[in-house]
Design a protein around this ligand. Structure first.
Ligand SMILES: C[S@@+](CC[C@H](N)C(=O)[O-])C[C@H]1O[C@@H](n2cnc3c(N)ncnc32)[C@H](O)[C@@H]1O
Length: 277
């Protein structure tokens, strides 16, 4: 598979010796149409295939541009929070001393395979404490939305700001805002290779200031049984104003860029002031 931005990229599940991913103990061994599983537990082994369309090289070029323009000269250390399977850090580790933090052990298990030379840490973005300040902190591809509520968003942004040096830069690629999220939207994603077929149907609903997307997956692996599972993803819908205010209140000079990494989401950039409130 050829990725946009050049470079040959081989999906995790197709790499030599990794086909067993889909048979790992976390993966349901029988059809469980009613069980709805916690976010990222069962998805992790096929996450990279489901999001094979994502252009991580382009995101990394943007991160470098923002750091050049907004960050401290000579920025050397970077923390990616909600790092998932670690693709951004796989590409950034040549430029920064990288740390990846995620609360999902299943996602971190995959990340460890991608990133030699990266420090991987299990933690919750709302309350982690690494006892260290970084030049750059990132939180990408809607990971921040999982904090769900505005008070927890504020607390999370304070935690991220505490992990920045004065003059360091926070980059948040957010989840959708309430104005943009479409309740009732039905989505189909297909991943189709000779070894692995994935069909995912997603149905999004809005409940007040949260979005809930129910995903139903059917996964067929050559020589293996078909596995069916469901995951429910619940995220907070925060307005641009609320997110900018949370960053300012945490001691960051914040701005919103309309373009962003992901369609309709934009991007937040915050530079840490010399003293925190
Ligand atoms: C959509 S994935 C994004 C992964 C990665 N940043 C990427 O761009 O591919 C969201 C990630 O956020 C993680 N996550 C969700 N809530 C979290 C929390 N409270 N603390 C740390 N990680 C969290 C999930 O485990 C998942 O790996």
């Amino acid at each position: 598979m050829k990725r946009r931005g050049g470079g040959r990229w081989i999906p995790t599940a197709l790499r030599a010796g990794s086909l067993r991913n889909v048979n790992n103990p976390g993966f349901p061994r029988r059809i469980v149409p009613r069980a709805v599983l916690a976010e990222y537990t069962t998805l992790a082994p096929i996450y990279d295939e489901v999001y094979a369309w994502k252009d991580y090289e382009r995101d990394v070029r943007e991160i470098r541009r923002i750091v050049r323009r907004s960050g401290r000269p000579g920025s050397r250390t970077l923390l990616d929070v909600g790092c998932g399977t670690g693709h951004h850090l796989r590409l950034l580790r040549g430029m920064f001393r990288c740390t990846g933090l995620d609360r999902s052990p299943s996602m971190l298990r995959i990340a460890r395979r991608h990133g030699r030379g990266v420090r991987w840490v299990r933690g919750d973005m709302e309350r982690f404490e690494l006892g260290e300040e970084f030049d750059v902190v990132t939180c990408l591809f809607g990971a921040i939305g999982y904090v769900r509520t505005l008070p927890r968003l504020r607390k999370t942004i304070r935690t991220l700001a505490r992990h920045l040096r004065a003059g360091g830069v926070l980059i948040v690629d957010p989840w959708l805002s309430p104005e943009v999220f479409r309740s009732g939207h039905l989505d189909l994603l297909v991943h189709d290779t000779p070894q692995l077929k994935i069909a995912r149907v997603g149905l999004g609903r809005r409940r007040g200031r949260t979005s809930t997307i129910d995903f139903g997956y059917a996964v067929g692996q050559k020589g293996g049984p078909i596995r069916v599972f469901r995951e429910r993803h619940t995220q907070g819908l925060f307005s641009v104003r609320e997110q900018l205010a949370a960053m300012e209140a945490a001691g960051l000079a914040a701005r919103f860029e309309r373009g962003g990494f992901t369609k309709q989401r934009g991007l937040f950039v915050g530079v840490r002031r010399s003293s925190l409130p």
